[in-house]
Write a new protein. Structure first.
Lengths: 296, 742
């Protein structure tokens, strides 16, 4: 059937958007599980130090390399620190660095993309070519170069994540603008003499939001991986903060004697990355067009 | 299954309308359900239909009535979430319903021909027409490579393709919509299918191309002896091509009859009302209210327990609401699903059934809206101004002077002249209707006036003051006076803003109201366009197409504009909704004293609103003047062709047919002399080919256009009561047209 048939007569008055989203999410058990994992880690990140049974930095020479037990659920490391507590508290940095970094990338990238797409011409060329250059470098390599020059710190990590992900957001925002700019409601806005900023952020942005949110959740999953990789390479959060990546690196030496030291932080990384990816995948369907009714 | 390749149909002798022949294609109590997020949706319920070989069955209904679903369900070709819930469907003795797709595929290929609305999407853009057709022959007729090509060429010949060899080697994007649809038809007929399903085959085409396709169908019907299922919303088209007609409403058949019977005496109140809604050319004068059907199609998820039409039916009684009325035999070959159909047989009964909502509803007051002061209504009297003056006449609200828009063409250094020097003027509180086929430049002209497209030449004046070429350079006070209603209800509202927000914004921005005050006035405006107050907080996704367009109209009127440009505001809506919106647009003019530049491809629609009409072809006006005079002889030959191409919703009318030669024009190459000469049915030879035609005025004046400044001539023509741009003198045109009608 034709597209217009769908909407005419409002055959189905769509309920409020949020209710629709929730129902669609509920229909996808895998995405729901991913979302659950994501929020579980989010809670852990927020409450980490409060629910951790031990101080993550407290060393206990008598308790070195203990295997998992009731006292230490995930065993202890080579300094006798509680691995469980370190994993719990480590979630905080992951969310803090990855989250802020992704958010920064989303805000800056989206703004650049909107501008490039709507103003076009020289602005478009200039912005997109610079971003293309950024995209040309392998992500990890670029991150290592930047961090090696600037020195590892929380702020620098956030900036590196932002710089790496800005091009992706910019590209999506730009393609959305190119699609939206010829729509008639945008022309109606121009006929009212709306300012460019109003058209970009009030008329266009809300329509571009769904794909951007999906992208943000994918990028967040990647950023967890990036933070862990950098931590593993010694370019992550400086000690004594319990960084999952650094934990894995440190555990390598003791793998034969204490595999739990490596296992649990690595599992935390994998679980959060997978959970977030599943959630992102589900969001794509949640925000997507309604499941075809009459269309072939 | 082992289908016999080749000629499946056996041409019977007793073809034609009626029930004499065993039906080739027959559905019995067919029900189709779609599984959606909101639960199962019964789009077609218990429909029985039969089509005999050589017969054309029309299925008419408004959008959402389930006519396409019925056809697709009957051949088992439903989308993934569709199921045939119950009932049977037989094609040439084979049961199709409920068969696995794998088995059906061969039946579809050899026995079913399907032509859909959009040939652009139906044909593979990466293969030539020939390749795609050959594939059909080789796969389903087991022909060899060369035989398949021969069959393809022969079939292209039969659909009246001028140069089959050339067409076969073209890619779909190289052909026009009408040509493509002919190729699609040729492809569908290649296997001599037992049933040919035509799903709105001409809806996307211009009237002139539609007319040639319908002519072709007439010929093919006689040749092929196929059962044809013709699906359309256009009552004029069914009247023209169909033997029998089934009217669908909300997934059920409400009435079935032969074409002459149905149009002469509908026996279902829905049909009676639907027929009333169609705007007709001529006959009634201009500016008359159109009939509408109040209410809207019931939601498929929430159907009334009784007759589905009862909530909108003026004849409905208690019994109608109690149980679904069955489709009963009224006369021989006539069925109706109305309990009270007997009433409709008398003239008084019919009048009660017709909800002639023709009286002007409560006058529309837009007094709450601040308006720029407008002068008293001034009636145009162009004939008094001396010919040859090029001035923005003071009594005109809008004047467009020699506007042109050229864009780079498809080939290097070629230019497309979308608008090629157009001069027109719109009087205060008047409607100027601009008509033309797609590609005539009417939308581009509207966009130039609105400032959305920058003209390469020419000026736009509002009450004598020149307007900037682009909106961004125009003063807010100017923007406020000039607003636009767009074509597509789907994209003219921001899906993330409520109706209230959409209407409030211009009030805040252009009329400078406080938010609270704006909210109050926005509610009043929604009421003025006849939307309930509760719609204030609705998002466009929760509105129907007609409702969205009402919001868009309210938005355009919010700041009290002097001129509203309407770019095909109703053409994507159903007839019953169209009428209501046209009435609204007319009422708003009476209430607010606004002028319109009303653009449409539909002459009948334009006629109802316009005081003045301009007919555009390839970027230039061919005829313009007083509405009544444009729609009466003498016409420009192009106007005449447009008028004769419109299918009349009356199967008994034997219209005089005047068809345009060749395919719709491309503005990449403007023909020499008269730009219409390659297609003109009244082509006069070298004169037309070599020289630009003059403007011929109704008062006998002739203004040559090939002078140094054609714009001056155009301005004079624009000022006249009626002007035709043609080499043939007016009285000769009138005589020719009189002769053609006889």
């Amino acid at each position: 059937m034709k597209g217009k048939v769908e909407a005419d007569h409002g055959r189905l008055v769509s309920p409020r958007r949020a209710a629709v989203y929730w129902r669609r999410l509920r229909l996808q058990p895998v995405a729901l599980a991913g979302t659950f994992i994501f929020f579980l880690f989010l809670v852990i990140a927020l409450l980490g130090p409060l629910i951790a049974p031990y101080d993550y930095a407290a060393q206990d020479a008598t308790q070195r390399l203990q295997s998992p037990s009731l006292g230490h659920w995930m065993g202890t490391d080579n300094f006798g620190r509680d691995v469980f507590s370190r994993v719990l508290v480590g979630a905080r940095d992951v969310f803090y660095l990855g989250g802020i970094g992704t958010l920064l990338a989303a805000v800056v990238g989206t703004s650049l993309g909107l501008l490039a797409g709507y103003v076009g011409r020289l602005w478009d060329e200039a912005i997109m070519r610079v971003l293309d250059v950024l995209l040309a470098f392998p992500a990890l390599l670029l991150a290592m170069v930047l961090l090696a020059t600037a020195g590892p710190s929380d702020l620098n990590l956030i900036l590196v994540i932002a710089v790496l992900y800005i091009p992706m957001f910019a590209r999506i925002a730009r393609s959305m603008v190119l699609d939206l700019r010829t729509r008639e409601f945008i022309e109606a806005a121009r006929l009212r003499g709306e300012k460019r900023s109003y058209i970009l952020f009030r008329e266009m942005l809300p329509n571009a939001l769904p794909p951007l949110l999906v992208e943000a959740s994918i990028r967040f999953a990647y950023s967890i991986f990036l933070v862990a990789s950098l931590g593993f390479l010694g370019l992550g959060v400086p000690p004594p903060n319990p960084d999952w990546g650094r934990q894995v690196n440190e555990a390598r030496t003791f793998f034969d004697a204490a595999p739990w030291m490596l296992l649990f932080p690595a599992a935390a990384i994998s679980l959060l990355v997978i959970g977030t990816s599943l959630m992102a995948d589900g969001l794509r369907h949640v925000f997507g067009p309604p499941v075809a009714r009459g269309s072939r | 299954m082992a289908a016999v390749p080749g000629h499946v149909t056996t041409p019977g002798r007793m073809g034609g309308p009626g029930q004499l022949v065993a039906p080739t294609f027959k559905t019995e109590r067919l029900s189709v359900v779609y599984l959606t997020e909101q639960g199962p949706l019964r789009a077609v319920r218990g429909v029985s239909l039969s089509v005999a070989a050589g017969e054309t069955m029309g299925v008419v209904g408004e959008s959402g009535s389930g006519k396409t679903t019925l056809a697709l369900g009957a051949i088992g070709y439903l989308p993934a979430n569709g199921r045939v819930e119950s009932g049977t469907s037989r094609l040439a003795g084979v049961d199709l319903a409920g068969r696995p797709r794998r088995e059906l595929r061969h039946v579809w290929g050899s026995k079913v021909g399907l032509v859909s609305q959009n040939p652009q999407a139906a044909l593979n853009p990466t293969l030539t027409i020939g390749r795609q057709m050959d594939e059909m022959g080789r796969r389903h007729l087991s022909l060899g490579r060369r035989a398949a090509r021969e069959a393809s060429l022969a079939m292209l010949e039969r659909v009246a393709m001028p140069d089959p060899q050339a067409v076969a080697s073209r890619y779909p994007h190289q052909l026009s919509g009408g040509m493509l649809q002919r190729c699609a038809l040729a492809m569908a007929l290649l296997t001599h299918p037992a049933v040919l399903i035509l799903d709105e085959p001409t809806t996307g085409l211009d009237v002139t191309s539609q007319a040639t396709i319908l002519d072709l169908l007439d010929d093919l019907k006689a040749q092929f002896h196929t059962a044809i299922l013709y699906i359309t919303h256009n009552l004029g088209v069914v009247a023209r091509v169909c033997d029998r007609i089934a009217v669908m409403y909300a997934g059920e058949i409400s009435e079935e009859a032969t074409a002459p019977d149905l149009f002469a005496q509908p026996l279902h109140p829905y049909t009676a009302n639907l027929l009333r809604c169609v705007p007709r050319l001529g006959g009634q004068g201009t500016q008359e209210r159109l009939a509408t059907i109040p209410g809207s199609l019931p939601q498929m998820g929430d159907l009334p327990s009784g007759c589905v039409f009862a909530p909108r039916c003026p004849l409905a009684v208690e019994d109608c609401r109690a149980a679904r009325p069955p489709l009963v035999e009224a006369n021989a070959g006539r069925k109706t699903a109305c309990l009270r159909w007997q009433i409709l047989r008398s003239e008084e009964g019919r009048q009660t059934a017709l909800q002639l909502d023709l009286r002007a509803a409560a006058p529309l007051t837009l007094s709450a809206v601040p308006r720029a002061p407008a002068g008293p209504p001034r009636v145009r009297d162009g004939s008094s101004s001396p010919p040859g003056t090029l001035v923005a006449m003071p009594q005109d609200l809008l004047t467009v002077e020699d506007a042109a828009k050229e864009c780079p063409g498809p080939r290097p250094r070629s230019t497309v002249k979308a608008v090629d020097g157009t001069t027109l003027s719109v009087g205060a509180q008047q409607t100027f209707g601009l008509v033309g086929e797609s590609g005539s430049g009417k939308t581009t002209l509207a966009r130039i006036v609105a400032g959305l497209t920058r003209p390469t030449r020419g000026h736009v004046h509002l009450e004598g003051t020149p307007l900037g070429p682009s909106v961004s350079g125009r003063d807010p006070s100017v923007l406020r006076r000039l607003q636009m209603v767009f074509q597509s209800p789907e994209t003219s509202l921001n899906p993330r803003q409520t109706a209230g927000q959409a209407v409030m914004r211009p009030l805040v921005l252009l009329a400078g109201l406080e938010r609270r005050e704006a909210g109050q006035r926005a509610r009043e405006l929604l009421e003025a366009v006849r939307l309930p107050a509760s719609y204030f907080d609705r998002y466009p996704g929760e509105l129907s197409g007609g409702e969205k367009q009402r919001v868009a109209i309210a938005r355009a009127f919010a700041a009290g504009p002097d001129l509203v440009i309407c770019d095909e505001p109703v053409s994507s809506l159903d007839v019953s909704v169209q009428g209501a919106l046209m009435n609204l647009i007319g009422d708003l003019q009476d209430g607010a004293g606004t002028s319109y530049l009303f653009i449409s491809h539909d002459l009948a629609a334009v006629q109802h609103l316009s005081h003045f009409i301009g007919v555009m072809y390839l970027g230039a006006l061919m005829e313009m003047g007083d509405a009544a005079r444009v729609l009466a002889s003498p016409y420009h030959p192009y106007t005449e062709a447009l008028l004769s191409a419109v299918p009349v919703p009356d199967p008994t009318s034997r219209d005089h047919r005047m068809r345009l030669r060749g395919s719709p024009p491309s503005s990449a190459e403007t023909p020499s002399g008269c730009r219409f000469h390659p297609r003109c049915p009244r082509f006069q030879g070298d004169l037309c080919r070599d020289q630009a035609p003059p403007w011929r005025l109704s008062d006998g004046g002739v203004i040559a256009r090939d002078a140094a400044t054609p714009a001056t001539a155009d301005a004079a023509a624009a000022a006249a009561e009626h002007a035709i741009c043609c080499h043939i003198p007016l009285h000769d045109l009138a005589a020719l047209q009189e002769a053609g009608r006889r």
